[in-house]
Each structure stands twice: as C-alpha cells, then as structure tokens.
Write a protein that binds this ligand. Structure first.
Ligand code: ACM
Length: 530
C-alpha cells in the first residue's frame, strides 16, 4: 500500500506526523496576512472549500494560512512550497505565489474528492485532515500540454475547463495550437480575413470513414478579448500560455484568406482551408509583402501573450512550392541558400530575430534544426530524442515531446479496444516510464532539458470529452514525470494513488479513460471522514 496520501504528482517529501487531525468546518478561514500577491490564490481556495477569506491580517482560530516565505524561495524556488497540517491549523508557505498555489493543489488532494462539489460540507459537520509535513518543488520548469484547436475548435469555456484540469496536476505551460491548415483560430485585427475566411472549412473527413467527407462546415475562432481572458485565467492558475503560430508551413488556412502571400507563381497554387488530415504544400513566400504580413501578425500576437517563449511551429514545411516558384528560386539564389531546407532555416532565423528584438524567445519543433538552429532558439523534440541531444550539446534549451511517449492522440488501448489504432499504442505505464533526460546526454547538458509536454492533436478528437478521454490519466502520469524526483517514481504506487485522483476527476466531470480492470488496485481510504 502506498505510504503517501494519494497526491499526484507525488511530493518530494511527505511525512504523516501522527499528530491530532485538523478539522475543516464552515468557520475555517483562509488568511494571507494581507499579502496582495496571494489574494487570487486565497480566493480560489476559499471558493473551493466554501469558506471565507479572513479580513484581518491577524485572524486567529481555525485558519488555513498562506504566505510567501523568502527563506523557502532560496531553498525550493518560487514554485516550491511547504505544507504543514496540525490540529491548530494548516500553513502553506510558498517560495513564491506559485508555490502557495501548488501547496493548495496538494491540500486539495488531502481532502476527499467530494470537496470538489460540496466544499467543507462534503464531510457533513466537518472534515478532518491528517497531520502531515510536506516539502515539495518541481523537477522541471516546463510542464506542458499542447491543445490543438485548429483541427477541431473548442470554445473558451472548454479551454478554461482544460486549464483547470492542468492546474490540478501542477502543470504550468499550455501550448495553444491556434493555427494550422484546417483552421486559423486567432483574431488578427489588421487581417480580418484570417478569421472570416481562414477559420472556416466547408467539410471534415469522417472519423472512421476516411477519406469520405461529412459535408458539414466547421470552424470558430477566438476574439482578442477572449484570448486576453484565457491568458488571464491561465495566469491566475500559474499557467503560461504559449501561442503556436506556424511558420513557414501548415499555412493553408492563412493563405486561403490571403493567397497573395504564398508562392503564387508555383504551378497549381490554390490554397484552401483544408478538410483532410495530411501535410499540404503551401508555405509562405520569401517576398517583402509576406514578411511584413508575418511581422504584423506576430506584433499582434506579442501584444496578447506575455509568454517569454513564442512557438513558431516550423514542422513539416514542404519545400516543393519554393523550388517550383521562380520568385522563391531567385530569392534563394540572391541569398546564397542552396535549397528549400536552407530557405526554411532562413525563415526561422528571421522570425527568431524578430522575436529577440521584442524581448522574446523562439521555440519550434525539431525540424527548425535542419538547416542550423538560430542562436537563441529553443527546440521541442517530437520525432526523435536524438534532436534534443544534439541541440542540448550545442547549448540550446530543449523540451521533450516525443511521439513515443507524449502523443496522446496515439491510442492507449489496443486497436481492438479503441476501434482502430493511431500511431503506436501508448499505455499509461509507458507514459509513466518516460525519462525526460536522455540517457546519452552528458550531465553537463542536463540543465538544457527544460521539461516535457503531452500533445493533444485533434484530428480525431472532435469534442472536449474525447480530448479528456485521451488526455487523462496519461497526462496525470506525465505530470508526475515532470514534477516528481525520478527516484520517487514507482508505477504500482502511482496506480494506487491514481484512484483518488480519478475519483476527483469524476466529481469535476472530466471524462477520463478508466484504466483497464486488471490494472486497478483496491481504492485506499486517504483521509478519514468525520
Ligand atoms: C508535429 O507533430 N507535427 C509536431
């Protein structure tokens, strides 16, 4: 049986002190000592528990105290925290406000799942919490999940629900895949056709009946106000939203709206918002008006997203339109670029320069390395970890997102169980076994591995319930991979603790995939009910 209460990801250290229990009642108060930086966290905790935030800084009695402790900042970093439960009260000290927020997520998991619906009333008269001392901090700084809203759109309410579930897992990066061949989803004021035209496709290939089309228009986009709302919502949960704006490929939808910015002199050039899942030949053309178009788009994007990192895609850009376009060929010749690969690199370097000039950093998929990585660029390895090893050795930061372990569009069960397979079978245990630091990477470069990320590509995930079923609990396993010390990992123990988390996801209406019966351990009672 697990020696740790069912907390996922498992904390660095957790000691049940055996002391008298804390009792949560309707009179319990959340107190911040007047620290304005903790107002948001306190309000969220009070709302969850159905209790009040103390007005005075010196509230006595039955209190959950939150504070930022500079001594802990040094010891555990801004995301670290110490949580102490005694009969006298609960204290969450964070290295920063983020740490206090993560301490709150842990406290939440010390309480029974029913608090998600009923707050303190879940226990009838009062809820007891075991006396514990927990000290905790994340292993990696990039604990991400990508959500593709191009292949299938999700309105803001669904995105927020997804963010809530990420926050419960102490995940802190949301890569918002806003742009692809099948739909452009972000309002750009200077180019209204990106959304009036580019956000809509006339049909979608039928799931399970490909290549037939359903004949049903699909689309949607986020206004800039909605984007700001999501970014603020995420920030309250200490999640950074990293927008992904694809350059120079995956640009069919943008070029359907503004065909003049593509390779108009390539034979057969006819961009459209795509209905099928494939890689398409459209790329941005290397000409001044296209570069101005891209700069304008990124200018609006930077104003909306405070994230230091901006993801520019860079994957799967086909080279044939460039090679067939007299304009692109002349550009390559004039700039000493010997082929499409070098032109792809040229685009990435130019974008990197633009972002650097505005104080941001570029991150892109591993193809951006093919013609040489721009000096300050970070790389997200998806095809093979060998790209990450190479980039880290050259001094580039990397995020691990390999298809082998982190593509949650790949099916979890067998093809038979899932009604068809996508990619490799990627079981819960396989995800859990993932080690973000490649074994071949020398210790001197380990610091280059910022973390890892789980991908929800939505070709075959038309709705949020389907996304949730693919994401959870595999993303729960990945959360432990990126948060917890490697030596704390143990799949059997995780599998036991997972029962508590799944019960919580039930209360939250998250449509996770129930692990197979033969893998289910007996549920363990975690916190005694009063
Ligand atoms: C990717 O899956 N094309 C990054």
């Amino acid at each position: 049986m697990s020696q740790t209460p069912s907390i996922i990801p498992i904390p660095v250290s957790c000691r049940l002190t055996g002391g008298a229990l804390f009792t949560l009642t309707g009179k319990t108060m959340v107190a911040t000592g007047g620290d304005a930086a903790l107002r948001g966290v306190a309000a969220q905790l009070a709302k969850l528990l159905g209790v009040a935030v103390a007005k005075s800084a010196t509230a006595g009695g039955n209190v959950i105290g939150l504070r930022v402790d500079p001594a802990l900042t040094k010891k555990l970093g801004a995301e670290g925290y110490a949580l102490t439960v005694t009969a006298n009260g609960v204290v969450i000290r964070g290295g920063g406000a983020a740490g206090v927020f993560y301490g709150m997520q842990t406290l939440r998991q010390l309480l029974p799942p029913d608090i998600e619906r009923f707050g303190w009333r879940a226990g009838g008269g009062g809820l007891t919490v075991a006396a514990v001392e927990i000290e905790d901090q994340p292993r990696f700084s990039w604990r991400g999940s990508l959500l593709d809203v191009s292949r299938h759109f999700s309105p803001v309410a669904e995105v927020k629900k997804y963010l809530d579930t990420l926050a419960l897992h102490k995940l802190n990066v949301f890569q918002w895949h806003l742009v692809d061949d099948q739909g452009w989803r972000i309002e750009i004021k200077k180019y209204p056709k990106l959304t009036s035209v580019g956000a809509w496709r006339d049909s979608t290939v039928r799931v399970g009946d490909e290549p037939n089309l359903d004949g049903v228009p699909h689309g949607g986009f986020y206004t800039q106000d909605e984007i700001r709302d999501v970014v603020a919502y995420a920030a309250e949960r200490f999640i950074t939203v990293v927008p992904e704006i694809e350059v120079p490929g995956h640009s069919s939808a943008a070029l359907a709206a503004y065909p003049q910015y593509g390779n108009t002199d390539a034979p057969g050039y006819a961009p459209k918002v795509q209905s099928r899942w494939a890689i398409f030949p459209e790329t941005y053309a290397p000409k001044p008006e296209t570069l101005a178009f891209l700069d304008d788009i990124f200018t609006e994007v930077l104003a909306l997203f405070p994230s230091k990192f901006i993801h520019i895609g860079g994957d799967e850009a086909m080279k044939e339109q460039w090679e067939a376009s007299p304009t692109a060929r002349a550009f390559m010749k004039a700039n000493n670029l010997k082929d499409g690969h070098e032109l792809q690199s040229w685009f990435i370097r130019r974008t990197e320069n633009f972002l650097a000039k505005h104080g941001r950093r570029l991150i892109g998929w591993d193809e951006i390395q093919e013609g040489g990585l721009a000096p300050g660029a970070a790389m997200m390895a998806w095809r093979d970890v060998k790209w990450a090893i190479e980039a880290a050795r050259l001094g580039h930061d990397v995020v691990m997102a390999p298809t082998s372990h982190t593509y949650f569009d790949y099916t979890e069960g067998t093809a038979e169980e899932e009604g068809g397979a996508i990619g490799y079978q990627t079981t819960l245990e396989k995800v859990y076994s993932f080690e973000p630091i490649p074994i071949e990477l020398e210790a001197a470069h380990h610091g280059r591995v910022l973390g890892a990320q789980g991908q929800l590509w939505r070709e075959r995930m038309p709705s949020l319930p389907v996304v949730e079923r693919r994401a959870f609990p595999r993303l729960s396993a990945l959360a432990e991979v990126v948060w917890s010390p490697a030596e704390r990992k143990n799949f059997a123990d995780f599998r036991e603790r997972l029962n508590g988390l799944l019960a919580r996801l039930d209360r939250l209406g998250v449509n996770y995939r129930r692990p197979r019966a033969d893998a289910v351990a007996a549920p363990i009672p975690m916190v005694p009910h009063a």
